[in-house]
Write a protein that binds this ligand. Sequence first.
Ligand SMILES: [Ca+2]
Ligand SMILES: [Ca+2]
Length: 309
Amino acid sequence: MHCRQKLIRPGKPLMQKHFFSSVAHICQVAQRLHVDTAMIFTSSINKKVSMKILSSLMRAVLVGSLLGSLGLAHAAMPLGAGVTVVVPGDANPWLAGMPVGSSASGDSIPQPPVQLMGLDLSAAGYLSFSGVTGQTSYAGGCPASSCYGADGDVSGETDFLGNSPGFINRAWASYAGGENGISDVTAPLGSLIGVYLDNSQPDPGATPGAFDFRVTGLNFSTLSPPLNQAFFIGDGLTSTGDMQRFMVPVGATRVYLGTMDGYGWTGNNGELSVTVMAAVAEPESLALLLGGLALISAVIRRKDAVKAV
Ligand SMILES: [Ca+2]
Ligand SMILES: [Ca+2]
């Protein structure tokens, strides 16, 4: 029997209508999490159905809140399989969303960034990156020299601002002004860079402010870039191997990947292979509710098991 049919029995049309949408959503998520919500509801379905459901939900929220306070309630739903793309070393993020033939950064042969296809950004809460392999060179030296993985060169170069080794602020056009309507960024040379766009061509008159990853650091757990703002991705992992979340801004329909350089992407070489997953971050309340449902379900199962002995 379908989850919803288990939970919604005939005889209480008003309450059925009221609870249908929320219960349907709970079913959908619970099935992914292997939470047997039916255990909770059907155990009391023959008596005062609506009050029992309400009572169960309230208990679930209370228990979930307790779990949340203990850091035990956490949920995320992947949206389909991941998408894998190859990002060449000469892919210039500042050509994202621009017409063919556009120029940027002094490139004699401008190469656009790679647009990720097959991800429904309108449904996604965030992207995460895994299995990022390969190396690129902003000096065209791969594999012999100046060849770096997706986190880029953090090991010895002095940036254009004379600050943190290996970090660079884009040199072309102006430091703060961005280019082609996409913001500037300060990030490690050679690192994997992303930019979210909506359906329109980026407007140079509405260029957002710039990230400075010397300030943000490279090991953030969550990053929330607005549309048209270039951001550091690297290998998508913190230094301790935790997967980082790149929140999808409202209105985003496209995401592009390229590499970090100061100017003249022409001549960069090497490539990165990147696997991207889109996921829905469950609202905290729902995550807490599901945590509570899981615990109550386990308790009921245990009671039933004891009765059966
Ligand atoms: Ca270069
Ligand atoms: Ca990293």
